[in-house]
Design a protein around this ligand. Sequence first.
Ligand code: ADP
Length: 375
Amino acid sequence: MWAHVGQPFAPARYDVLIVGAGRMGAALARFLRAARPDLSLLLAEEGGLPNEEGATILAPGVWHADVPPERREEAERTRVLLGDALTPCGLLDLQGQAGPATRPVSEVLGPDLLGWIDAGVLPHVRLDGRAGVYSAGQLTLGHAQTAIREGADLMLNVRAELHGHELNGHALDRPGSGGAARVALHRLSVTNTHQVVVDHTVNVTVARVVIAAGAPGPALAEAGLGIVTPHRAAYRQTPRLEVPSTSGTPVLRAEGLTLRPQSGGFTVVPPVPHPDPWGYVPTGGRLVGVPVGLRRETLDAVMRAMPGLSVLAGEGLVVGRSIADIPGAWLAVPAGDWPTWERLDDTHWLLLGGERADLTGLAVAEQLAQALAAT
Ligand code: ADP
């Protein structure tokens, strides 16, 4: 394991390089190690484990069974792979209309929860008794540790740069030639003015590269390999709701919002409205004259839910006063919205988690491990 630039790095060749040790990359490393212990494997991560800026650390970590039929198998497999990490707590899906499995809210919700909603707007509830919560960060750490114990190498604070055709003016094996890829690993360090700089660069030759870099993954493929994919990135914010929750409090879902019990309160998880344009960088704005770091779509999603989830209209909602107050995360937005992997050329694969990684991400990482094991 190489954690910082002071540790000299000598290896020049790997069978497999995984770029990004978020939840998808770490799970892939673990599954691949188990399937093919004969392949040398390097997991390269730009930050720490898990990266404070990655999607993993802010993932809601909610598994539930409400997935379309074509995703059911992957969701069930993910639940098996989550194993003991999943704490069952149930999910209450509050609805305006009666459906096949709904019951009146007054029969299901205790007085505390009933006080948080307007039963006139959301009179029905469907209970998902198999739903549960977990910490995506802990799980990722565990997967990376297992992979390392099983013989994988890990390099932190290193930014991988892909090269499809040439590196420093030298022609390389072209994608499609069946050859190996050369990857530049920029080892990062921090100056005493807190700037992240490249200390030095090492090049490795790799037979297979998996881009598991989260939101920047598609751009990495495009810039380095010239391969354009339909996938994008989006900036999601997850405001906090400071009303009491315990470890047994169920997850609440209503009007497109998920309220995940966490650290004695709730994390409010809005849907991802749309992919953001390339180069979009969130900046704080002003709302009724007060500086806020809340993006418009997050505000819209919360306000849409207020009539039914009246607790959101109380004093517990913390939307912050500046961009730094609002937790946010860049998410991969896979075309089709579900975790996915694809082969980009003879040597490169792309693995994306995204908004629904909680539900099927582990099964998709396992599928890619099996596909790589067979190559
Ligand atoms: P996912 O859910 O897909 O795993 P994350 O954002 O949690 O998404 O993980 C992606 C990881 O990839 C992050 O930890 C990020 O620091 C890392 N990463 C992104 N770009 C690079 C890069 N060029 N080199 C190395 N690591 C990268």
